[in-house]
Design a protein around this ligand. Structure first.
Ligand SMILES: [Zn+2]
Length: 323
């Protein structure tokens, strides 16, 4: 891949992936590929892929070597910020574990966008704080909210998606272009099953075939299964994979049942530069978790990010053709 014709200073938006599979779909969202940076500082360990989405020049990077968690995410973000000095904000795009219950009708293949709610700014770090004598955890985390310009675009996109007259939603079309690999998994191969929190998966079983169907949470069928639903709320970030329904719900209760999904990177990013977290739901953060929905979940989050960028104007002139 050749070097980009544009200098690093002409890239204004960052896109960060945690998994290589997420990076691959991120690249597929580009309208034009620019290639590698012309140069990077000696101490920047990221590998970048550059390109254009709509009117924006985008720099993309991924956590490398199978590293996960808030620490490696912070290093990738810090490198990107130093090398691309004109970045206005970054998007962290990938999969997350859903936290459905009560009013939160979150399904596999849905999207969660970090969004302030009450005293929460959009991201909390559930494994950081002070453990008091009574077992309560006193919060010590504090994160910046997504930048106002990006939140305004989120609100505008939400209005376009949901207005009763002429709703505008480009996501199904872009998803179709990705092909069958990223479509909803077939019902008989990977059914969307939500079990009660106290019903554990048989650790030896590969699928949920032997899990008690009597322990399933009954949910209404969706009217429009083909279009992903978007939820706006709090993302709980930490350096652990949550695979336990009971613990998942306990953490949610600590945050007044306002958690929509778990991730492992957001807390490393949001205080590094202004950013928005976009997560496709690939599991329910319980012991029934498997990888069958990862491709679809990655695709829906990436497509949402692309559509959101189409509603944000460029800030400085650049040499690419506007579309
Ligand atoms: Zn199971």
């Amino acid at each position: 891949m050749q070097a980009s014709p544009y200098s690093n200073d002409e890239y204004t938006i960052g896109w960060i992936s945690a998994l290589n599979e997420e990076f691959i779909i991120a690249m597929a969202m580009l309208d034009e590929e620019h290639g590698r940076p012309q140069s990077t500082p000696r101490d920047d360990t990221n590998a970048y892929h550059l390109g254009r989405i709509g009117a924006h020049n985008i720099t993309m990077a991924c956590l490398s070597g199978g590293k996960m968690g808030t620490g490696p995410a912070a290093i990738v973000a810090e490198n990107m910020r130093r090398t691309f000095k004109n970045i206005r904000f970054a998007l962290l795009v990938g999969i997350g574990g859903g936290v459905p219950n009560g009013k939160k009708d979150i399904r596999l293949g849905d999207i969660v966008v970090s969004y302030p709610n009450g005293t929460y700014t959009g991201v909390v770090q559930y494994d950081y704080g002070k453990l008091n004598g009574n077992g309560d955890i006193e919060r010590k985390d504090w994160f910046c909210a997504p930048p106002p310009k990006v939140l305004a675009a989120v609100d505008l996109l939400r209005a376009y998606h949901t207005r009763p007259k002429n709703p505008r939603n480009n996501m199904p079309g872009i998803l179709d272009e990705l092909g069958e690999l990223y479509a909803y998994p077939e019902e008989h191969l990977a059914p969307d099953l939500l079990f009660r929190a106290d019903h554990d998966h048989n650790p030896g079983a590969e699928t949920c075939g032997s899990c008690d169907k009597g322990a399933l949470v009954q949910r209404k069928a969706r009217n429009s299964a083909s279009s992903p639903h978007v939820h706006y709320g709090i993302i709980a970030s930490g350096s652990m994979v949550v695979r336990n329904g009971t613990e998942r719900d306990k953490i949610d209760q600590r945050y007044a049942n306002k958690i929509f999904c778990f991730d492992m990177e957001a807390a490393g990013l949001v205080n590094n530069f202004p950013c928005l977290i976009i997560r496709g739901i690939s599991d329910y953060s319980d012991s029934h978790k498997n990888d069958e929905w990862q491709k679809r979940a990655t695709a829906v989050a990436s497509v949402y990010a692309k559509e959101l960028l189409s509603l944000i104007e460029p800030e400085i002139p650049h040499h690419s053709k506007l579309i």
